[in-house]
Design a protein around this ligand. Sequence first.
Ligand code: F6R
Length: 260
Amino acid sequence: MEVVIVPGSKQIGKLAADAIEALLRRKPQAVLGLATGSSPLPIYDELAARHERDGLDFSQAHAFALDEYVGLERGHPESYREVIRREFTSRVNITPENVHNPDGSAADIPAACSSYEEAMHALGGVDLQILGVGTDGHIGFNEPGSSLASRTRIKSLIEQTRRDNARFFNSMAEVPHHVVTQGLGTIMEARHVMLVATGAQKAQAVRDFVEGPVSAICPASVLQFHPHATVLLDEAAASSLKLADFYRHTYDNKPGWQGL
Ligand code: F6R
């Protein structure tokens, strides 16, 4: 796991966009894994700017979203299908049919989850997965207690996550209780995972998953087993890390050719 600590989210956006740009230049038909929430927004802003300014080309790329609420009607502005479209995919030239979302309104949710996994496999799997982390250590919507080998499936949200996400709705009561999410086993198959965390409210979760034991109580800790995991943090999110100075030293002395 590589931990990179930078002053703020602008630098995180640039670093992550550099990695995604390098991937798209080397593999124009790359498969991107997209997260929603606040953490990835600086990355999406930077990618949209590079598309606009430099013509960064997404025309052959594919994208798979991590998760979706269950129970929101199609087109609901806070459904993750809409959020991804609004915040990112409508701002670049990715083909809309190449953007895949778990179907939280399917009549047969288990069948829809299996088809989602099959679609990912058919395209050769995810090349680069963007992740945020919940204050309880979730990735995707794999809440504490999730199987470390889980696949795409329906899950219940913990109350803390519903509270954290209530800011996107008119009231807590509107936040769905159920979601469909890629599993931890699914996420672990991405060839490169890049997790972004900013702000002091994430410091404990970051400390737990980077330096704590691998355990289902902290789902993001499974990334310690990933062969290519990058953790991009601002100073506040990194503030509880024991080895912060070592991570800084390592990154500062990293050969430029290595990239992320
Ligand atoms: C959303 C997702 C979640 C969020 C996490 C952090 O697609 O996968 O795991 O990344 O809840 O959310 P923010 O970034 O809003 O703090």
